[in-house]
Ligand binder design. Sequence first.
Ligand code: AMP
Length: 303
Amino acid sequence: MSLLVVGSMAFDSIRSPFGEVEKVVGGSATYFSLAASYLAPVRLVSVVGADFPPAVIRMLGSRSIDTRGLTVAEGKTFHWKGFYEYDLNTAHTVTTELNVFRDFAPVLPEEYRDTPYVFLGNIAPSLQLDILRQMRRPKLVALDTMNYWIESSPGPLREVIDKVDILMVNEGEIRMLTGEYNLVKGARKVIGWGPSRVVIKRGEYGVLHLSDGTMFAAPAYPLETIFDPTGAGDSFAGGFMGYLAGRKGGDLADSDFRLATMYGSAIASFTVEAFSTERLQNLTPEDIAERLGSFLALTEFRV
Ligand code: AMP
């Protein structure tokens, strides 16, 4: 089944202890679409400026990514500038230039409105709400956000969180959102608002997945080569939602969400091995299967 994503497409300027890059291609929807495209057909909703490289749009379109929902507008592409210290788990924002996102009011192509799986990627909550209103009874909706929107747009953010099935955020974000330091308490609070699941991304410490009554933890793959953690969260979400949308079978069971968590973790582990989308663009199904196998070996134990 297909999967719709709305989110940012961006130029990122990033400094990490391992190097620095200026205006490379990034954005939540870009990472998400590429990651998910290995597992399910993706429908992309976003906006870029006239300065965005057409070759990247062609590259996305050459995969199982439908780009009819991507607008090329007059003006400049969204630009995020940030840095990481040796603690690669925390991204520090220097500037966020919304540019063409400031006036973006997408009208979904008719064929997009019945998409069963939806990912409301990190972008203005009012835009996430707008997309959700145009959808016809999706089967599963997940949402990501970040401190920028928690601070600047708390009302619309809370409104959209209450309407989704899964909230997928990092540990700093859930603390900020709920006012709870304890992650389990924070997740329980969110589950009380409406979502049935909360997936907490914890960088190099992996992922904690909570639903009413169940808890599941997955490690991050311990890599020797890490250059840039940007996009790891969105690649995780792409692998997670891509697995759910692409799988065969009926109702979703808890075991499906567990396996989705492992697919997300496996795909995200490639993203951090290079700057921008370079590594994510060049995976094979064998690479993904092999990394999944390594995860199994990493966590297997007997009693
Ligand atoms: P992550 O996967 O969490 O590392 O997200 C990385 C991506 O988020 C980068 O490629 C940025 O372009 C994008 N980003 C940063 N700030 C924002 C924001 N305020 N809204 C939407 N996207 C953002």
